[in-house]
Design a protein around this ligand. Structure first.
Ligand code: GLC
Ligand code: CA
Length: 559
């Protein structure tokens, strides 16, 4: 018998991520806003999701679209006011939808009041809120490269020292060693909890504790050092999270999910430990990064696509190894990833709908809490980047500057091909609501171009089509709400060496679920269902074939 899993509302929930800038623009300035989200709550109710995770909505100069916060207790002007936020929260709650906030506390904006003070003098009371170091031989304190290209240290004339920024130079790393910083973070979290929010998604939370020796990292092909060994799951990260848990999280009933790029299984078991002393779950990145840096053009950039064998091995490992000791999060997409139907599926018109449904099935029948990223439920696709001028993302702009312009390691054409494949902006094109101008996202000029395929792919047409990707997601969500085995059943991998098919079973209290997905555009041999006579819960085909799965066919049978 499988172990009895501790029940929790957030284990039974389906989460929907909103990237507010691109979701719905209510006032016609071309930028999505809180009032726009409030307008679309009925849409989310119809889809049936339990929780909305809002990417950051706090005051920000938007160097990284809100992941650079200048005031944690204020709303970004582009998105509206605190009143708009309160209305959104109340409207969502009335509809039975919970709200999870993004918590970005590895770094603040350089325009945050703390940093404005900190950089004034070496003796300023806020100096120690950030990580300042002397240079070495007239250069940076060490060789670390930032995630967005170039050195992770920025020289500041005023005081003659460098500050650390693992992301852009306008995203300054906080010094978590300083107890005052931690107090500030717990206070601002409490502020939001007292407002009645339902949880936090914690941005790059695995990076808050740095090795205080600040050693050089292993040198990468571009000459910079890799900070990961000294910043990812650093020396005090679990201590800090346990403190945060005691001081804030344990006082409320929250969903907590830590973004944890580079996290290992062993570390994940600590972050998401089932005794609830740290976080509810983490986002790991192995399955979305299996091609990154491989056969790649430069650094993470590639035109390659993930292979079933790799993705399956990674996800099966996470499923089986966390069994009974920690909880998984499940996702293909978020605001940092290309669109899953383009990356893992097949966005050619003849396969798009089928493969989008197949991917959804493959993920939503697994054990863990599923996350849907806005537009994924419509089968939205990557777009085409014809010029760097169309891109908006600081990561893309910096990579272009470094690899195309400065180092000339890659031609503009090839870099753009990489962008078509995996640029974050693919996820950030406006939500496609209907076939009217700008996809119904705005009456103004959208801050980033709408994907031209909105006339084909949009919510209005899908809601009324029983065979749409939207209605398929709706059904997957319903099934999870109806069948305990989908939430708590033990995961059992099947056909682990099959070249075409991702298959597994789930088991709970004598109930068994059989799931099989053909990841290819060709018919693939499969006898899993031939001698079973269970109930089909969902499939993207009406008719099945004995001994085979049809192109991108997905089947779920309850025995
Ligand atoms: C996380 C966010 C990403 C952001 C980065 C820095 O990875 O998801 O969008 O750029 O952190 O805050
Ligand atoms: Ca707006």
């Amino acid at each position: 018998m499988p172990e009895k899993e501790q029940h929790a509302w957030w284990k039974e929930a389906v989460i929907y991520q909103i990237y507010p800038r691109s979701f719905m623009d209510a006032n016609g300035d071309g930028i999505g806003d809180l009032a726009g989200i409030t307008q679309r709550i009925p849409y989310l109710s119809k889809l049936g999701v339990d929780v909305v995770w809002l990417s950051p909505v706090y005051a920000s100069p938007n160097d990284d679209n809100g992941y650079d916060i200048s005031d944690y207790r204020a709303i970004m002007k582009d998105f509206g006011t605190m009143e708009d936020f309160d209305t959104l929260l109340a409207t969502a709650h009335k509809a039975g939808i919970k709200i999870v906030m993004d918590l970005v506390v590895n770094h603040t904006s350089d325009e945050h009041a703390w940093f404005i003070e900190s950089r004034k003098s070496r003796t300023n009371p806020y100096r120690d809120y950030y990580i300042w170091r002397d240079g070495k031989d007239g250069k940076e304190p060490n060789n670390w490269e930032s995630c967005f290209s170039g050195p992770a240290w920025q020289y500041d004339e005023a005081t003659g020292q460098y500050y650390l920024h693992l992301f852009s130079k306008k995203q300054v790393d906080l010094n978590w060693e300083n107890p005052k910083v931690r107090d500030e973070v717990y206070d601002l979290m409490t502020f939001w909890c007292d407002k009645g929010i339902d949880g936090f998604r914690m941005d790059v939370i695995s990076m808050i504790s740095k090795d205080q020796r600040f050693p050089d990292g292993p040198v990468k092909p571009d000459g910079y050092g890799d900070f990961s060994p000294y910043c990812i799951s650093g020396p005090r990260v679990h201590e800090f999270l346990q403190e945060m848990n005691q001081r804030v999280l344990s006082k409320y009933d929250l969903l907590t999910v830590g973004e944890a790029a580079g996290v290992t299984i062993d570390e994940a078991k600590k972050y998401a430990r089932s005794d609830g002393k740290e976080l509810g779950m983490v986002f790991q990145f192995e399955h979305v990064g299996s091609e990154n840096g491989k056969g790649s053009i430069v650094e993470k950039w590639t035109t390659g696509k993930p292979k079933l064998q790799n993705v399956r091995a990674i996800l099966n490992k996470w499923q089986t190894e966390l069994e009974g000791c920690a909880w998984n999060s499940l996702y293909w997409d978020n605001h940092d990833q290309p669109r899953c139907v383009s990356m893992f599926g097949n966005d050619a018109p003849e396969y798009r709908v089928r493969s989008a449904k197949m991917l959804a099935t493959c993920l939503h029948m697994m054990k863990g809490t599923p996350y849907i990223y806005q537009g994924e439920e419509l089968g939205m696709t990557n777009t085409h980047w014809a010029s760097i001028d169309d891109c908006r993302d600081v990561e893309e702009k910096n990579a272009w500057q470094q690899f195309v312009i400065d180092q000339k390691r890659v031609s503009p054409e090839i870099m753009l091909a990489c962008f078509d494949n995996m640029a974050r902006d693919n996820a950030r094109t406006p939500m496609q609501w209907d076939a009217s101008k700008n996809a119904g996202f705005t009456t103004g000029t959208p801050w980033i171009a709408v994907n031209p395929n909105y006339t084909e792919i949009n919510a209005a047409s899908e809601i009324n089509d029983p065979d749409s990707v939207f209605n398929y997601y709706r059904k997957l969500i319903q099934l999870r709400h109806e069948h305990e085995v989908i939430v708590y059943g033990k995961f059992i991998p099947l056909l682990e060496d099959d070249p075409n098919i991702y298959a597994y079973a789930r088991e709970l209290d004598g109930k068994k679920l059989l799931v099989a997905c053909n990841w290819t555009k060709d018919e693939a041999p499969c006898t899993l269902f031939d001698d079973t006579n269970g109930t089909e819960l969902i499939s993207n085909y009406k008719e099945h074939k004995k001994g085979a799965l049809q192109p991108y066919e997905a089947r779920v049978v309850l025995l």
